[in-house]
Design a protein around this ligand. Structure first.
Ligand code: 13P
Length: 250
């Protein structure tokens, strides 16, 4: 049985003060949604503070990105061993904003996935098609290509623990959510692709949905057989809304 994961990708939002309030709200509400695993993804600079505020709670934390390299002359980058220093459980790799705004290729993302595993931090691999790709009918081909780059480098084994997040680009920050049927179709496709390599591993992989998920639509999405949680952007910045999404998955 896959335990649902509701993860808050804060993106480039928040301040020391707003994060204190947000985390206090999440800590206070976490027990009521204990059936679901919770994790938050602050900007790097708040990592140490988030660790302090969440240590000893059931809420996990991680970062939104990492370098494919371990150390060295890479100005502005943050390496896997640094995430380990702050006891990150997860790290998001290949978010569509990294792919489109910062030119991360499938191969770079696969190396980031490997870099996370090397330090024992669980990667959350984001995949998803643009609106143009969906309209062209190539959604499955795109998602398959994005996952294949990781399979080629790392094999199927890591997917017993690693998480995949299906985030249709056209649904991110647009208020336009995939219907539960549209999302389920892609999630089932992803699981079938993994099952072609190893059916047992494919049953263990958690596949999250991301893209304008909120309390109002979470129940329907999380009820789908292959939707194992959510990667939440905007709606994760308010404790009440974030917890309401988790509640919908209980
Ligand atoms: P929104 O929930 O704001 O659409 O963002 C989704 C997302 O990109 C999470 O990683």
């Amino acid at each position: 049985m896959r335990r649902k994961l509701v993860a808050g990708n804060w993106k480039m939002n928040g301040s020391a003060e707003s994060i204190r309030g947000l985390l206090q709200g999440i800590r206070e509400g976490a027990a009521a949604v204990a059936a679901v695993e919770l994790a938050v993804f602050p900007p790097f600079v708040y990592l140490e503070s988030v660790e302090k505020q969440l240590s000893g709670t059931t809420v996990g934390w991680g970062t939104q990105n990492l370098s494919e390299h371990t150390s060295g002359a890479y100005t502005g980058e943050v390496a896997g061993p640094m995430l380990q220093d702050f006891h990150c459980k997860y790290v998001i790799v290949g978010h569509s904003e990294r792919r489109t705004l910062y030119g991360e290729t499938d191969q770079v993302i696969a190396r980031k996935f490997a870099a996370a595993r090397k330090v024992g931090v669980c990667p959350i691999l984001c995949v998803g098609e643009t609106l143009e790709e969906r309209e062209k009918g190539v959604t499955e081909a795109v998602v398959e290509r994005q996952i294949k780059a990781v399979l080629d480098l790392e094999g199927i084994g890591p997917f017993a623990e690693a998480v995949i997040a299906y985030e249709p680009v056209w649904a991110i920050g647009t208020g336009r959510t995939a219907t539960s049927a549209q999302a389920q179709e892609v999630h089932a496709f992803i699981r079938a692709k993994l099952a072609a390599f190893d059916a047992h591993v494919a049953q263990q992989t958690r596949i999250l949905y991301g893209g304008s998920m909120k309390a109002a639509n979470a129940g329907e999405l999380l009820a789908m057989p292959d939707i194992d949680g959510g990667l939440i952007g905007g709606a994760s910045l308010e404790a009440k809304e974030f917890l309401a999404i988790a509640k919908a998955g209980c």
